[in-house]
Design a protein around this ligand. Sequence first.
Ligand SMILES: *[C@@H]1O[C@H](CO)[C@@H](O)[C@H](O)[C@H]1NC(C)=O
Ligand SMILES: *[C@@H]1O[C@H](CO)[C@@H](O)[C@H](O)[C@H]1NC(C)=O
Ligand SMILES: *[C@@H]1O[C@H](CO)[C@@H](O)[C@H](O)[C@H]1NC(C)=O
Ligand SMILES: *[C@@H]1O[C@H](CO)[C@@H](O)[C@H](O)[C@H]1NC(C)=O
Ligand SMILES: *[C@@H]1O[C@H](CO)[C@@H](O)[C@H](O)[C@H]1NC(C)=O
Length: 505
Amino acid sequence: MAIGFQFIISLFSLFSVTIAFAPILPRFPSSAVSAELKHRSHCTQNGLYRTKFFTQILDHFNFNPQSTQTFQQRYLINDTFWGGAKKNAPIFVYTGNEGNIEWFTQNTGFMFENAPPFQALLVFIEHRYYGKSIPYGGNKAVAYANTSTLGYLSSTQALADYATLIIDLKKNLSAHDSPIVVFGGSYGGMLAAWFRMKYPHIAIGALASSAPILHFMDLVSPDIFISIITQDFKSESENCYKVLKGSWKLIEETAKKPGGMELLRKTFRICKSDDFGTDSLASWLRTAWIYTAMTDYPTPSNFLNPLPPYPVKKMCEAIDSSVTKNNTLGKLYAAANVYYNYTGTTTCFNLDDDSDPHDLGGWQWQACTEMIMPVGGSNKNSIFPEYEWLYEDREAYCDSFYNVTPRPYWITTEFGGHAIDRVLKRFASNIIFFNGLRDPWSGGGVLKTISKSVVAIVAERGAHHVDLRYSSKEDPKWLKDIRKQEVKIIASWISQYYRDLKTNS
Ligand SMILES: *[C@@H]1O[C@H](CO)[C@@H](O)[C@H](O)[C@H]1NC(C)=O
Ligand SMILES: *[C@@H]1O[C@H](CO)[C@@H](O)[C@H](O)[C@H]1NC(C)=O
Ligand SMILES: *[C@@H]1O[C@H](CO)[C@@H](O)[C@H](O)[C@H]1NC(C)=O
Ligand SMILES: *[C@@H]1O[C@H](CO)[C@@H](O)[C@H](O)[C@H]1NC(C)=O
Ligand SMILES: *[C@@H]1O[C@H](CO)[C@@H](O)[C@H](O)[C@H]1NC(C)=O
C-alpha cells in the first residue's frame, strides 16, 4: 500500500489527502442576520461584526502601469467597545490566514473577550485569494487559472495589503494615534509576527499564536510534525501507540484476504456509494489522527470537526477499551468515530468527500511557491509508516500541477529564521509567540523567550492556538493563566505606547 505521505499540508487542511467529512461550520443564530441589520451591499451586519470591502492594489511591488489593477478585499469590523479616536483607543487587527476570514473570526474569541477591557476596535482582514477577497473581479476561476493570475498570491503581498488597509482605515476614522496590535493563529500568526517585524511603524505589537515561522527547510527536521503526533498518542497509552502503529500493515493484510475489502468496508462503515480502497482508507484515518492531535483542546470544540474535550485521550480510550478486545479493526473504527462522528449523526462515512468548506484551497499554490514547510516525514518510531520527506517530490508535484518551481529559501531570505534568537534579540520587540506542545506545528515554533519583549509562552498540554479560542468555565487553570499573561503583556505595550505618545519620546 502506497502510504507515502502526500505532499501538501496546509496548516489546517491536507491537500491531496481526502478530507473525508465536511466539518460542520459553527453558524450564527439566523435572527442575527436579519434584514434590518443589512446596510448597503458593501456593509452588512451579522451579529458579531459588520462586513466591509476595501479597494486594494493587486501588486504592491511593481510600478508598471499595467499592474495597477485593484480588487475588493473583505474585512470585518466591530466597534461596539471601541473607546474612539479622541481617546486614541487601541485597534486590534487579526491578520487573516489561508481561508475564509469569518471562520477565523468565529474562532478568535480572545479578541472579542478583550475588546471591552481594552476599549478596542476589532478588525479582521481577509487574506487575498481567499474567501471573498478574490482578485480579477472576484472571479475565482480566473484568479486561480494559472501562474500569471496566481502570481500575486504571496505572503509579502498579503502583509502589504494589511499595511495599506490599516493606514487607510485609521485615516478614515481620524484615529491617527490609536495603537495597532496584530493577532493571528497558525499561518495568520506567522503573518502577525512578520507584520510586527516588517511594519513596526504600523503595529506596536503582535500576538503570534502557534505560528511555525521556523518550519522551513534546513531549520527543522521533516519528521518533527509526525513525531509530535506520535508522542501525543503514546503519552496516552503504550497500547494505543502500538495499535495505531500496527494498523497500516493490518489493513493491508486484511485487504489481501478473500472478502477482505468487504470486511474493511463493513467495519469502518464506509458508504456503499463510496469507491474506496486501502489508500483512501489510510488517508482517511491519517487525517483523523493528525487533526485530532492538532485540535486536542481541553474543552468541547468545533474547529475542524465537532470534538469532545481532550479528543486524543478519547481516541486512545476507544482503542484501549475491552469491548473490542480481540478486534483491532474495531478499535480503529471506534477511534476514527471520535473524530468523524462525535455528534453521532453520521450514518456512513464518505471517504471521497473533498469539499472545502473553509475555502482553504489557495494554500496549495502557496505551498508550491514560498511555503515549503517540510511536514510529513515519518521515522521508524512513528505511528505512520516510514516515509522520507524530500524537497524533490514537492518540486516535481508543483511542476506538474502548476508548472511552477518553488523558491524554498525565499521565506528565510525575506523574514529570517536562522539564528533567530540573535537576530530578534537585537532588532525585534513586542511579540508574543504562543505554542502548545501537543500541537504538531509547535515543532517549528519559537519556544524560547528571546528578550524582555520577544516572549515565548509554552503550554505543555496546549494544542493549535488554543489561547485564541473563546474562554469557557471548564478551561483548565494553565489556560486561564496563559491568557492572563498575554493580556498583561499586551496592556504593557499599550501603556508604554501612551507614555511615549505623551512625552513625545
Ligand atoms: C461586537 O461583538 C459583540 C460580541 O462580543 C456583539 O454583541 C456586538 O453586537 C458586536 N458589534 C457589532 C457592531 O457587530
Ligand atoms: C491565464 O488565465 C487568464 C484568465 O483565464 C488568461 O486570460 C491568460 O491568458 C492565461 N495565461 C496563460 C499564460 O495561460
Ligand atoms: C475609507 O473611506 C473611503 C471613502 O469613503 C473608502 O473608499 C475606503 O474604502 C475607506 N477605507 C477603508 C479601509 O474602509
Ligand atoms: C482472542 O483471540 C485469541 C487467538 O485468536 C483466542 O484464543 C481468544 O480466545 C480470543 N479472546 C476473545 C475474548 O475473544
Ligand atoms: C455515529 O454515531 C451514532 C451514535 O453513536 C451511531 O449510531 C452511528 O452508527 C455512528 N455512525 C457510524 C457511521 O458509525
